[in-house]
Structures are given as C-alpha cells and as structure tokens.
Design a protein around this ligand. Structure first.
Ligand code: ADQ
Length: 732
C-alpha cells in the first residue's frame, strides 16, 4: 500500500515535526524492531496521521545502519528520521529539553539547569530539524511543529522557506512571566516560536502567559483579546486549542476488552503515568497513606494500582524519583499490608492498549494528580472507558484538563488531606452522583474529541492571517504618555529606513510630504528638539532633509551640527578621509553591475542592492575582507557594507555628546530621550540609551535588538511622529 492511500477525501496530508517519531527502534536478534512510543504527543498525533496520511519527521531514537529503513510496507504515512549523535542526545534532549525547558515550563525552577553548551546544541539540532523538514515540505502544505524540544525550529524553517505555513503546538504548560524570564535564552525561545504563523496551547491561561512574556520581554505589540502579536511586518496568531482524545476508540476498546483477572473484592484506585516528577506520584502514595490513617474502614477494601512507564532514565532527577517511589511503596505497603492484602500494586512498565482500556473501565477511581500538566490525557481516557458502572475521576487543579473537566473531584495535589478527603468521597459516592458526573464528563470528551481539536487547529492554521491594526495613538499613549509628561523631549531619528523607506539608490530616498510635515510639526514645538542621525555625510544629510531648526549627525556620528550645538568634527576624520580614497579604489575593483561605492567624506558604503541576488553573499564577504585589510571597521547594513574609521566613536557616542552639549552633564534629570532607527549602527545608540531613554527599532523582519520596542515600518514612525507633534505640552 502506498503511503497516504488511507487518506480521507478532502483532507490534506500534513508534515508533522516532533522530537520523537511515533515508533521507537530497537535492534533485536531478528533485526530492527519497531515499538510504538508511549506518551501524550504520540497518543494525540498518531491516529491523525494514520487517518490523513503525510510525513512525520523526528528522531528514531537510534542510528540506522545502511540498508535499514524506518518505514515498513503498509505504513499509512511516511517517516523521515533526524539522526543525533550521542553528545547531541545528551545536550539537546536530556540536557536543554529535559533539564532546562521541561522543569522550567512546569514551574520547577529549582530543578532547572542552565548550561550554555546545552543551549548551543539545542540550537544546532533545532536547525537540523528545520533543514530536513524543509526538504520534505511541499510548497502549499502545512508544516506542524510540536513541543518544547523544537521551539527554535520555526525560526530556522522560516529562513529556509519564507513563504511556508508554519504552525506550532506546545504540549506542556507555558509558564508565567516571572518564571519564564529566569531563562537566559528567553528572548531566543520567544523569537523562535514567533516565526510560526499560528502558535497553539492547550488552555487559555498558557496562551495568556505567552502573550505577557512576548509583551514584556520582546516589547512587541500584542492584542491580548484577539491573541495577535506584531512581529516585524508579520502578525502571529496565538490561541488555546484544548487537545481531546479519540473517544470512540477508547470507548470501543473498553466495551470489547475481556474481564480483568484478580482483585474482585477490592475497589481499584488507578494511577497511570509516565514516571515523571511532574505527575505527583509520591504525593499520591502519601495521600493514599493518609486515607488509610483517617479512614481505617478502607483497609483491605481498596488497592492503588499505579502503572508507571519508564521515562528519561538518563536524567538523574528521574533516577532519584524512581528510587523514591520504590521506597515509598515499600514503606506504605509494609505499614498496612496484611497476609492477603497490600494497599499498593506498582507496575513499572507500559501496558498494551486493550489491557489499559480494561483497567480504566474496571477502576472505581482514577487518581490523576499531577503537580503540573499541560493537559493530561489519562483523565480523558479514563472517562472514555467508563462504559459500565461509572467510577469517579479525581483530578488535580494544576492539570490543563481541569479547565474543562469540572465534574471531576478537583484537588490540590500538594494537599494530602484534601486528596485523602476526595478519595474517601469518591469511594463512598452513591451511584446517582457518580453517574451524573460521569455522563457529563463523557459527553464533553465525546464532543470535543481528537478530531474536533484537529479540525479547529488546522482550520486556524490554514485561515488567511488576520493582521494586527497599525499602532494607534492609544498605543503611543500607553508606551510614552507617562514617560513624557512635563518633560522636554530630545528626539533622535535615523534617516534611511526610518523616516523614508529604503530605496534602490540613496539619492532616491527623499522625504514624503506627510513625513516632512510631521517632522516640521515636531521641530516647531518649543519643548522638542529633533536630531537626524545618519550614516550619510553631514553635507548630504543636511541637504536631503532640508528642514531648518533640526540638528544633524553625519557619518555615523563623526560629524554633527545644529542650532544649539557647536559644530563637531571628530579629530581623526581628516586622517581617515585620505585613506578612504585608497579604499574606494580597492573596492571599485570588486564592483560588478549593480554594486557601487559611496564615499561619504569620513566613511564609505559599499552597496550591492542592485546586483544579482546570488552574488550578495560573496560581494559582502569580499568587501568586508578588503575593508578590514585597509584598517577600517566593516559593518553590515541593508544590502551594503559600511567602512567606518576604527576610532571607537559611533552613533551612541555622538548622541550622548549631543545631549551633554545641549542640556549639560545632568541632562537626564530634565530631558526625555527617544531614539528611532532601523539599522545595525543604530544599535550603538540603543545600547548607550538603554535605561536612559526609550528606543525603537524599525524592522520588517525579526531582529535581535537592544531597542526597548519594535515598530514594523516607516508608516508606524509617521504615526509616532504625528502623535508626538500633537501630545500635551511638556517642559521648556
Ligand atoms: P505526557 O506527559 O506523556 O504528555 P499524558 O497526557 O498523561 O502525559 O499522556 C500520557 C499517555 O501515555 C496517555 O495516552 C497514557 O495512556 C499513556 N500511558 C501512560 N502510562 C502508560 C502505561 N503504563 N502503559 C501504557 N500507556 C501509558 C504530554 C504533556 C501532557 C499532554 C500530552 C498531550 O505532558 O500534559 O496532555 O503531552 O499533549
């Protein structure tokens, strides 16, 4: 059977990317053996791909030998492996994924390890996942990236396939701002995710945490009500998509599974988990102990059947947990067991789906008490399997599932007495109440099942993207209103790319009438001083702006003049002017059609904007080499390389000099500063002004900036200037 042949009509194949493939490989005596991987993500997605077809990209868990294949004939979808070295498995998977992101995202900062080398490997592996995915992707298809191991993959994919539709789903919680900001790579993780078009979480609380982090850490514009984020000129949709299960499958398994041998005379309290410290297994055992202390009538009448699938055995915290559980089980059993009864049966293994369904069906109580859980599918699977005499679900309030499964007995898993009370209530609950609760739980899970989740997510992923409305006066008021109240304003603006769009040739970059009016209106205010800060020569920038009353800084800060300023020329400027002539001659030797040298009497720019795009990289490389060889500093700009004299003087120094010269050394006490720029050279000014003023980076794509906020384009700068021109009067 060819891959995808089982696909339902009208359903498009999906490209799923996740850390693990749905099968785990092992090399046995009869060759390569495939076992279904256990865990929530596989439980959720395997049925989807089986039905719809497509490709699954992931790590097979081992290295394949030549001639060995991941797929078998008859597979309903294709699999593409991403191979990892032992070091990568250690640092990317056991390290950054499971020792850093997993504990931090589950709000266990004390268990979190921050290691730069783990981060670097995580970044490399995420980039590799993106490369392999890009090879598999079709132009129009959707790429669906999953979970915390791959938060940087959307960004690498976006670079390789700028037009691709990328969606991301996080299966674990997204932590509150106060926890997330502990991560030294918090900005990188957010930027990685924001390269997707749609980011989905299990519940609205996680989506809201994410939006708060984006707003505070990236200073991006966020519309929380509609879940939109402005990221460069793209708008990213963020939302809650609560995962459901294949209800009918579990229901039918439970109806068809045979009876369970043994334990007829005892009520079963069932726990089913991966062995993980987030699942609250020790707390659960202690709660059972408390029940037996408080309510001796349950002794010899109940059994806690705890199933735990081995998980992440290489991580020390998991080894310790295993020891702790072994000891606890021994202690509690030792304390209460009789000749014919032990209160806890503990199975450290995975059980086949049919047996699991029968256990769910026959249990009187499911005790699902994670300390924190993205969703928790066990609670849902239990409800789906309750086809006979209804049992009771006890569910932790700290699981995402608790947001909707409100008919469960909700508990705080840290409260042993609370959980023991809930257990007693569940064990003594009469049939009418049990049935009422279970009917409601089952009805909801049947309606909001896996298919519902899938349809909702895929529809959202394929929809035409809503766009966040351009920034309004209300936005500027929020960001700047209080900052400016009663103060004088020193406003610094870069020119090209900030107050005028970048043009093919610098001579074409003239000010629009509206922008000119807005600038003039700002400059005419008695409480505002405007300075244009440019990489162009002072003569050029003064002429092209042509508005009196403005100050101008040219040559990235090496020269400036203005109404309230002593004209300034950097003392080394003359010396470097001489040497620039030679550099110009050298650079002209590498010019091809569409590239040229602009000499700016102090610095120069090698432009290649109009050259053939395939030549961009080599032109930039050669120019950088020649510039450095001539003893100048080379800096990348938009389709250009700048050569600046290595005099330790940049836009940041110039801005500080202008502020001190105009308002005195204590300028920060009576003047507010705003700086707006789009260029790498503006980052020097953002750096100097950090904490001293508010800075804006104009970026139509995602950039790593030191600015306090980002604005998407020149239109947004125009809106800002208009607001600044009209704002309430400040100090003199
Ligand atoms: P997990 O942390 O793996 O998933 P969970 O949602 O409970 O947690 O899923 C576990 C899955 O493994 C269930 O389908 C369960 O049936 C199965 N399983 C557990 N123990 C088993 C055993 N002994 N034998 C057989 N099967 C067993 C992550 C997040 C969750 C989120 C899911 C899906 O941590 O919060 O619900 O992804 O998004």
């Amino acid at each position: 059977m060819s891959p995808n042949s089982k696909r339902n009509r009208g359903e498009q194949p999906i490209l799923v990317v996740s850390n693990r493939l749905p099968v785990t490989l092992q090399r046995g005596t009869s060759g390569l053996e495939r076992r279904r991987s256990t865990g929530g993500l596989v439980s959720a997605l395997e049925p989807v791909l089986s039905k719809q077809g497509g490709t699954w990209v992931g790590w097979p868990g081992m290295k394949l030998r030549p001639g060995e294949s991941l797929s078998e004939s008859g597979d309903p979808y294709q699999m593409r492996g991403v191979e990892l070295t032992d070091t990568e498995v250690n640092r990317y998977y056991h390290g950054f994924s499971n020792r850093t992101l997993w504990p931090l995202f589950h709000c266990f900062p004390e268990r979190t390890r921050f290691d730069r080398r783990d981060w670097e490997t995580y970044e490399e592996v995420n980039a590799r996942f993106a490369e392999i995915t890009a090879e598999e992707s079709e132009e129009t298809g959707l790429i669906w990236v999953h979970d915390y191991q791959l938060t940087r993959t959307p960004l690498h994919l976006r670079r390789l396939a700028p037009q691709a539709r990328i969606a991301f789903f996080l299966h674990i919680p997204f932590p509150p701002y106060d926890v997330f900001r502990l991560l030294p790579w918090a900005r990188q993780i957010l930027r990685g995710l924001l390269a997707a078009d749609l980011i989905g979480f299990h519940v609205s609380a996680y989506a809201s945490n994410f939006l708060t982090c984006v707003e505070h850490i990236l200073a991006a514009r966020v519309d929380s009500a509609s879940g939109l984020v402005e990221h460069g000129e793209r708008t990213v949709q963020v939302g809650a998509f609560p995962l459901g299960i294949d209800f009918e499958l579990y229901d039918s398994r439970a109806r068809h599974a045979g009876p369970q041998p043994g334990m007829r005379d005892q009520k079963i309290i069932l726990g089913v988990d991966r062995l993980d410290y987030t699942k609250g297994i020790p707390e659960r055992i202690r709660a059972l102990e408390r029940l037996l202390e408080l309510h001796p009538e349950h002794r010899e009448k109940v059994v806690l059947l705890q199933l735990a699938v081995p998980s992440r055995g290489q991580v020390a915290a998991y080894q310790e947990l295993k020891r702790e559980i072994d000891e606890l089980v021994g202690r509690v059993n030792g304390r209460f067991a009789t000749a014919t009864w032990s209160p806890i049966r503990y199975l450290y293994r995975s059980v086949p789906p049919e047996q699991l369904a029968a256990l769910y069906r026959d249990a009187q109580v499911a005790l699902v008490t994670p300390l924190r859980d993205g969703m928790n599918l066990v609670a849902k699977e239990f409800a789906a399997c309750q086809v006979d005499d209804p049992g009771v679900l006890i569910l932790s309030r700290l699981a995402g599932a608790a947001e909707s499964m409100r008919e469960a007995l909700l508990v705080n898993p840290y409260s042993l007495d609370g959980t023991a009370d809930a257990l007693h209530r569940a064990l003594t609950m009469q049939e009418p109440e049990r049935r009422s609760r279970m009917v409601a739980l089952r009805g909801r899970e049947r309606r909001y099942d896996l298919n519902f989740w899938l349809r909702g997510f895929l529809e959202a992923a394929r929809e035409t993207r809503p766009k966040l409305q351009p920034a309004t006066d209300a936005d500027f008021e929020t960001w700047l209103g209080r900052f400016l109240t009663g103060r004088r304003l020193a406003l610094f603006l870069d020119y090209d790319g900030t107050v005028t769009p970048l043009r093919r040739h610098p001579s074409e970059a003239t000010l629009s009438t509206e922008m000119r009016q807005a600038l003039v209106a700002c400059a005419e205010r008695r409480d505002t001083d405007v300075t244009i800060v440019s990489g162009r020569s002072l003569a050029d920038i003064t002429k092209i702006v042509g508005i009196s009353d403005l100050a101008h800084v040219g040559n990235h800060g090496l020269e400036f003049e203005g109404p309230k300023l002593e004209p300034f020329r950097h003392p080394d400027l003359e010396h470097y002017r001489e040497r620039l002539r030679d550099l110009t001659t050298v650079l002209e030797t590498i010019c091809i059609p569409g590239s040229w040298v602009e000499e700016k009497r102090g610095s120069l720019t090698f432009h290649y904007r109009e050259a053939d795009e395939t030549q961009y990289e080599s032109l930039a490389r050669e120019a950088r080499t020649l510039i450095q060889k001539a003893g100048f500093q080379a800096r990348d700009a938009h389709c250009a390389v700048e050569a600046c004299p290595p005099v330790g003087w940049d836009k940041g120094h110039a801005v500080l000099h202008v502020l001190r010269a105009t308002y005195g050394p204590n300028w920060s006490e009576h003047v507010r500063t705003i700086y707006v720029g789009d260029d790498e050279t503006d980052e020097d000014a953002f750096h100097v002004l950090s904490g001293l003023g508010i800075t804006f980076r104009i970026a139509n794509v995602d950039v790593l900036t030191r600015a306090s906020r980002q604005l998407p384009n020149v239109d947004a700068v125009h809106a800002l200037l208009r607001w600044l021109a009209r704002r309430r009067a400040g100090g003199r």
